[in-house]
Structures are given as structure tokens and as C-alpha cells.
Design a protein. Structure first.
Length: 95
């Protein structure tokens, strides 16, 4: 059985009313990701890949999560079509 876990990006520094693909994680956001990844490490039997969108905040989130989950040695896989709305078929068909 294959499990899929979702982790939302950490908090960012406010830039405007609309999210921007160049927003970066705040210090609070980095801490949130570390804490969430540590919880995931406790409950997940294995993490083989971390998929993320091409935005800066999600790439940072994936990189921090990968560092915490290093014992699993997950691959970081950017998915261009992965956005806040919708689910790309590319994600589900990737091996």
C-alpha cells in the first residue's frame, strides 16, 4: 500500500494581498516545517519522494523537510503543474 502525505508550505514574510511565487519562508515558517517534518518522521514508515511546486516557498519547504527526513533519503521532485488549485495527473503517474 502506498501512502501520500500532504505538507503545506511554512509561513512566509508578507509581501502583498496576493501570494507571489517568489515569497520566501519566514523564520517562523522554517520552524513550522521542521516541526511538521519531525511529526511526519514519527508516523510515516517510509518517505521516498517529496513533490513540490516551482514556487520559492514550496521549494524551501521541501528542502527543509528533506533535511529532517534524511534517514529516508527522499528525492526532491519539482512538478511544474502542481499549484494551489488542482491536482496534476503528472503527480499521480510519476514513479
Amino acid at each position: 500500500m502506498q501512502n501520500i502525505y500532504f505538507l503545506r508550505h511554512g509561513s512566509t514574510y508578507p509581501s502583498s494581498n496576493e501570494p507571489s511565487p517568489t515569497e520566501i519562508l519566514s523564520l517562523k515558517g522554517f520552524d513550522e516545517v521542521v516541526q511538521a517534518a519531525m511529526q511526519l518522521q514519527r508516523i510515516a514508515p517510509q518517505i521516498s519522494a517529496i513533490y513540490h511546486s516551482p514556487t520559492v516557498r514550496t521549494e524551501e519547504t521541501a528542502t527543509v523537510a528533506k533535511a529532517v527526513l534524511d534517514s529516508f533519503q527522499p528525492s526532491l521532485i519539482p512538478v511544474d503543474n502542481l499549484r494551489e488549485i488542482g491536482m496534476p495527473s503528472e503527480l499521480m503517474s510519476h514513479k
